[in-house]
Design a protein around this ligand. Structure first.
Ligand SMILES: [Zn+2]
Length: 176
């Protein structure tokens, strides 16, 4: 198969000048026609590229939505436990959750199995994100997260607090 077979056939008809002597005016006319044809081809090419780009983006959005959907199903099914499919060893549940405190004192719970995140306003029914209530697909809120965290061997983590630079106070009359 040659490369030409893969290309989209151009809608712009080619200009095939007949071989004969031309006046200056005719030559200019032909040149303008050739230029216009070239321009039309370039525009057509740009348009085709744009169509292809839009198709690629649509496909990307589709697979990203599918990814989110998959993640939500995983989080809804997750038991947030350590020990994989065998479950807790010795019958004592050990949850694979951690609690993190950020520099601004915001706290967040997280499951290391399914990446579910819980925030303090979350209830069994709703997750509160950016002031909006969204249905809680895990049916576990902040209280339930805290209960799981109590039964976890994981320890809380926190972002490092930058050292506060204490302003140096030099008493009056004392030379530094
Ligand atoms: Zn989980």
């Amino acid at each position: 198969m040659s490369d030409h077979q893969n290309e989209t056939k151009s809608q712009v008809p080619p200009v095939i000048p007949e071989k004969r002597n031309r006046s200056m005016e005719e030559k200019l006319d032909l040149l303008l026609t050739l230029l216009a044809t070239k321009e039309a081809r370039v525009a057509e090419d740009e348009e085709n590229k744009e169509i292809a780009r839009k198709a690629r983006n649509a496909q990307r959005e589709k697979s990203s939505a599918a990814h989110v959907e998959k993640q939500l199903v995983k989080q809804a099914r997750c038991r947030h436990l350590k020990g994989g499919k065998l479950g807790p060893l010795g019958g004592v549940p050990n949850y694979n959750v951690t609690m993190h405190t950020f520099i601004n004192n915001r706290v967040e719970g997280k499951c290391n199995n399914c990446s579910m995140r819980w925030e303090p306003q979350d209830t069994k029914e709703f997750l509160v994100r950016k002031g909006r209530k969204i249905p809680n697909h895990t049916k576990q809120g902040w209280d339930e997260f805290r209960a799981m965290f109590t039964q976890s061997t994981n320890t809380p983590t926190s972002s490092e607090v930058p050292l506060q630079v204490q302003p140096q106070i030099i008493p009056e009359g004392v030379e530094a």
